[in-house]
Design a protein around this ligand. Structure first.
Ligand SMILES: Nc1nc2c(c(=O)[nH]1)N[C@H]1C(S)=C(S)[C@@H](COP(=O)(O)OP(=O)(O)OC[C@H]3O[C@@H](n4cnc5c(=O)[nH]c(N)nc54)[C@H](O)[C@@H]3O)O[C@H]1N2
Ligand SMILES: Nc1nc2c(c(=O)[nH]1)N[C@H]1C(S)=C(S)[C@@H](COP(=O)(O)OP(=O)(O)OC[C@H]3O[C@@H](n4cnc5c(=O)[nH]c(N)nc54)[C@H](O)[C@@H]3O)O[C@H]1N2
Ligand code: SF4
Ligand SMILES: [Mo]
Length: 672
């Protein structure tokens, strides 16, 4: 008999789609959209439509493994959990005695985004006294910049886009990363509304918009300023709105004079006429929505860029109207889960040593003096997602570094581990799921039993805690008890929901919470901060990205973009998706190619001081001159030379949020 069970997508994607599992004899045979789910009723993406293929992949790690060959050789033997846990805690205890817990570095990011499984390690390592990882690998510059202007004010939930009358999609490949929001835009009622995409190249999203405007990477702040210059010069700003709802407008306005469209043309590569036209069209709309992706925040100037775009969204008073304003930042009106219940900052006895997630190569540097002796990686794959890949590999090769990876697959990072612990999939776990792009919240109970000896992050940390002698009650709870504990201690936003909605959360369902009141400005002054005196740069202005500052000969700006078929380094277990994605390619402008004697399909090498990476060239005119783009994260062993994109990425941090500058790369390119 086939049973239908509900679950939620755990991946790092704004929608947390609802999934229906068809289960037969304890096995998931089919995965479908959950039509009751507030967001995914229109469908789910191609990746999770065959989630069962990943869950039952023959490549899955099913038992603990112990390294028996050289680091990175891939030689392991199966061991029992008991043996693995004894070995890990034995080594840790020795390190703690000799070097203190500061020598044990945890590293995790967004492999599983549900709250308990994603964050329970924080409590464990807080109890240990291990360093704290500043987890800024995605787009913290965007979050912090938004907050520097709007505070905790909720932005538009993508479902509100039905009421917008003009769309600017700014640096988001929605066809890959915001499928549910794109579905909203594609509804018949929204089809006639104009849509403009501002991108580094023509992406798969381009076919859904009226026009793609290609911009030189990292210069969006110049475009936003020039648009505001036009609005100001032509009297198109809503001054009454700005006076009532914002502060610092007059000071900021005085600085706009210099940012003419002609100035911005040189900076961005976009014709001055196009900038004027875009500003006028934007102002002519009542309720224009800017859908802001994360791409343009991953630069050294990323925080400033996002501040300027958020300010632009205020200029014409769009926020006053349903559907008008900004989408893509934090839409929530208040917190949905009290994360301290999971992360337990109170377990720390003293202030921790801090490491930035983007600086792991430096933290592990064989010649460095950071004193890291052990690394514990879970829910992440730093050897292929963090900056300075060659540096990270050198660190992972250190014989005096004891590495544990809790993983589902043999990733580039797990390959260098001393011990690998087998991890579960979301359908084998309990958890609560906050969407980061929508006002929704859901819970899920396990649908199937874990195969082999796989264990969840929660169960693994509880096991390690016991062996370490940590006696807190927290580590004795079951996963289900932890989930119920969270539901028993709701935040204000959840507590005030009607009881039938709260009941649904106890039944493994997803619910919708009220949209934020966008005019209830949740900053200390109750007004949007166009000027923010708490920041080093109080008055926003144009700052160039890292890439434009040095005078190399014809450097190329190298940008990472998402692939339709994979999600960061996940789904590479799936031949059906990987085959369609093909090899690691570099999309470049025909003129840049011609200048270097490169033809479409040639093998090319991109290089800078950090490393060199081989790509297959895709030559096109549908990209801004001087930009080069690679879609997706590839397997190191599938790439000639063994290096992938991040071998070219530096540890430079963004101006706000101490975040990755994944897209702020300067490279030279030549034919191989
Ligand atoms: N299929 C798929 N889905 C995903 C992911 C994936 O890898 N694949 N990743 C997930 C994750 S972790 C995240 S954070 C979200 C991100 O999702 P979004 O926040 O929507 O951002 P992306 O679509 O990644 O945005 C990247 C785009 O920004 C563009 N870009 C880069 N630099 C600039 C610039 O300077 N200016 C402009 N205008 N554009 C620029 C790139 O060309 C790229 O197309 O998506 C999630 N969903
Ligand atoms: N070149 C390049 N680099 C990038 C990006 C890019 O697009 N291109 N994207 C950037 C962005 S936006 C992000 S958010 C980061 C993501 O950085 P990471 O989080 O390091 O990347 P993922 O590839 O998602 O790796 C997650 C790993 O967690 C494992 N995992 C999944 N579920 C669980 C679980 O329940 N328990 C445990 N223990 N493990 C689990 C998966 O098998 C997977 O190997 O990468 C960044 N780096
Ligand atoms: S669109 Fe995003 S949230 Fe929805 S199923 Fe796909 S990866 Fe998961
Ligand atoms: Mo991300």
């Amino acid at each position: 008999m086939i049973k239908i069970r509900k679950s939620i997508c755990p991946y790092d994607c704004p929608a947390t789609c609802g999934l229906l599992m068809e289960v037969e004899n304890g096995k998931i045979i089919r995965v479908k959209k959950d039509s009751d789910h507030p967001v995914s009723r229109n469908g789910i993406c191609r990746k999770t439509a065959h989630y069962e293929k990943s869950i039952y992949s023959p490549k899955r790690i099913l038992t603990p493994l112990k390294r028996i060959g050289k680091k990175g050789s891939g030689k392991f033997k199966p061991v029992s959990w008991e043996e693995a846990v004894k070995e890990i805690t034995g080594v840790w205890k020795k390190i703690i005695d000799q070097n203190g817990p500061e020598a044990i570095l945890p590293w995790s990011y967004s492999g599983v985004m549900s709250d308990i499984q994603c964050k329970c390690g924080e409590a464990f390592f807080a109890r240990m006294g291990a360093p704290k990882l500043v987890d800024t690998l995605c787009c913290p510059a965007k979050g912090e910049a938004y907050e520097s202007v709007a505070g905790k004010t909720g932005c538009l939930d993508p479902r509100e886009l039905k009421d917008s009358d003009f769309y600017i999609i700014w640096g988001s490949n929605m066809a890959a990363t915001r499928l549910q929001a794109l579905n909203e835009l594609n509804k018949p009622a929204n089809r006639g509304k104009k849509k403009i995409l501002i991108e580094t190249y023509e992406t798969p999203t381009s076919k859904y918009v009226d026009r793609t405007i290609c911009i030189k990477a990292g210069t969006d702040g110049a475009l936003a300023l020039a648009m505001m210059h036009v609005l100001d010069q032509e009297g198109l700003c809503d001054e009454a709105f700005l006076k009532e709802y914002a502060e610092g407008y007059e000071v900021f306005r005085a600085g706009l004079k210099q940012y003419t469209p002609e100035w911005a043309q040189a900076e961005t590569g976009i014709a001055a006429g196009t900038i004027r036209e875009l500003a006028r069209e934007y102002a002519a709309a009542n309720a224009p929505a800017i859908i802001l992706g994360s791409g343009n925040s991953r630069y050294e100037n990323g925080g400033m860029t996002v501040r300027l775009i958020v300010i632009l969204s205020l200029m014409t008073g769009a926020w006053k109207y349903p559907g008008g304003g900004l989408c893509g930042c934090n839409p929530r009106d208040g917190a949905y889960v009290d994360m301290d219940l999971i992360e337990r900052p109170d377990f720390r006895k003293k202030a921790p040593k801090i490491f930035n997630i983007c600086e792991i190569a430096s933290a592990l540097d064989p010649e460095g003096e950071q004193g890291i002796r052990a690394l514990y990686v879970y829910g992440g794959n730093p050897a292929n997602t963090a900056a300075n890949q060659e540096g990270i590999i050198k660190g992972l090769e250190r014989e005096d570094l004891f590495t544990v990876a809790h993983e589902r697959f043999m990733t580039e990072t797990a390959l260098y581990a001393d011990i690998i612990l087998p991890a579960t999939f979301s359908v084998e776990q309990h958890d609560i799921y906050r969407s980061y792009g929508y006002c929704t919240l859901g819970t899920a109970w396990p649908v199937i039993k874990p195969p082999g000896e796989c264990k969840s992050n929660w169960d693994t940390f509880c096991l390690l805690a016991r062996e370490m002698g940590y006696e807190e009650e927290y580590f004795r709870r079951t996963e289900e008890e932890m989930l119920l504990y969270i539901l028993d201690h709701p935040t204000k936003a959840v507590d005030k929901l009607p009881s039938d909605k709260k009941q649904l959360l106890r039944q493994g369902e997803s619910i919708s919470l009220p949209y934020a009141d966008h005019l209830k400005i949740r900053t200390p002054s109750g007004r949007m901060r166009i000027v923010n005196d708490e920041l080093k740069e109080a008055v926003p202005r144009y700052i160039r990205p890292h890439i434009s500052r040095e005078n190399d000969v014809e450097p190329i700006r190298l940008v990472a973009a998402p692939s339709l078929y994979t999600l960061n380094s996940e789904f590479r277990d799936r031949e059906d998706l990987i085959d369609r994605r093909g090899e690691q390619k570099l999309i470049m402008h025909c003129q840049d190619a011609e200048n270097r004697g490169i033809k479409d399909g040639d093998r090319v090498m991109a290089y800078n001081a950090l490393g060199h990476v081989i790509f297959r060239a895709v030559v096109t005119e549908k990209i801004a001159l001087g930009n080069a783009v690679c879609e997706g994260v590839f397997r190191r062993d599938d790439c000639q030379g063994g290096s992938t994109f991040n071998a070219l990425v530096s540890e430079t941090l963004s101006d706000l949020g101490e975040g990755t500058t994944l897209n702020d790369n300067r490279v030279q390119i030549r034919k191989c």
